[in-house]
Design a protein around this ligand. Structure first.
Ligand code: ADP
Ligand code: RBF
Ligand code: MG
Length: 277
């Protein structure tokens, strides 16, 4: 595995030093100042292949930039593009595949050994936390899809939200006055409806007899299922979301995920306001 970047070698060294174990993951590291021409010239990738002692046609390039994709293709390599900006995938047509985030990198598609951490159609992630009062959404979850999603305000979470790839996730949901429930959610722009704002839409896997707008909702997000997608019909979108529900229901029984049901964060406001009901 090689790292080939247009950044000067010294900048790469500095940046990588903040990430433990990363430097050791690469057997070759090349900076832009170590070749005559940077990307989009194929030179840097050809040099990387040479130092790896691997034929360019046997290399897979993972790239976030357009010049990088061009360089990889010019080097005769296969290229997976992971655009760093959302909604830019249409610009990357020369790539062999465009994925939304590294969560969707499937090495087995390219004849490489697959990642071993996928389990029962889910990818465990470093848990992350988000909470706040339930706000009004577009009003179409229950009405149009028959799937209510308790939308969360994104106020104060803009950094977290911009760092989290869009997609379908699952975990545990705590409602301050009610309890802890399984949860499956989408984060993103809902391609089927093409929203302009990135939203967080958790579906709590429990039948409630009433709405709970304004109540404090806390989420512990523990796993990833799939990227957001567009669908040819409303029925196929609904069917897919029900499939997601089944995947989440099952996965959350695994100790790996079920342990987080007791995460103190989910009940935080209960303890903090001394409400023992
Ligand atoms: P909105 O567009 O305002 O989010 P929805 O049609 O998506 O409206 O309905 C979501 C609302 O339904 C939630 O805010 C909540 O008050 C209520 N609700 C009832 N049951 C559930 C559930 N199982 N999961 C999520 N929200 C639910
Ligand atoms: N919307 C999409 O446009 N594409 C999706 O792939 C998608 N997946 C979803 C998965 C789950 C588990 C949930 C709860 C919602 C999903 N939605 C998706 C969002 C759905 O469009 C949204 O909840 C409604 O538009 C209500 O605002
Ligand atoms: Mg909703």
């Amino acid at each position: 595995m090689a790292l080939a970047s247009n950044s000067p070698r010294a900048s790469i060294e500095t940046k990588i030093s903040y990430h433990q174990g990363w430097k050791e993951s690469f057997s070759v590291i090349i900076g832009g100042d170590e070749v005559r021409m940077g990307k989009p010239s194929p030179e840097i990738f050809l040099e990387a292949a040479k130092r790896l002692n691997i034929d360019p046609s046997n290399c897979l390039v993972v790239e976030d930039s357009l010049p990088g994709v061009m360089a990889g293709k010019a080097a005769g390599m296969e290229v997976v593009a992971v655009p760093s900006l959302p909604k830019q995938s249409h610009l990357y047509t020369s790539a062999d595949e465009v994925i939304n985030s590294l969560l969707d990198l499937r090495l087995e598609k390219w004849g490489l050994p697959s990642f071993q951490d996928w389990i029962e159609s889910t990818l465990p992630i470093e848990p992350w936390y988000i909470g706040g009062p339930v706000i009004k959404g577009f009003g179409r979850g229950s009405k149009v899809l028959g799937i209510p999603t308790a939308n969360l305000s994104t106020d104060g979470y803009s950094t977290l939200l911009s760092e989290q790839p869009s997609g379908v996730y699952f975990g545990w949901a705590g409602l301050s006055t009610r309890g802890v429930y399984k949860m499956v959610m989408s984060i993103g722009w809902n391609p089927f409806f093409n929203n302009t704002e990135k939203t967080i839409e958790p579906w709590l896997l429990h039948d409630f007899n009433e709405d709970f707008y304004g109540e404090e909702l806390r989420l512990t997000v523990v796993g990833y299922i799939r990227p957001e997608a567009n669908f040819p019909s409303l029925e196929s979108l609904v069917a897919k979301i029900h499939e997601d529900r089944e995947v989440a229901e099952r996965a959350l029984e695994l100790p790996l995920y079920s342990n987080y049901r007791d995460d103190p964060y989910l009940k935080g406001s209960l303890q903090m306001n001394g409400n023992h009901s």
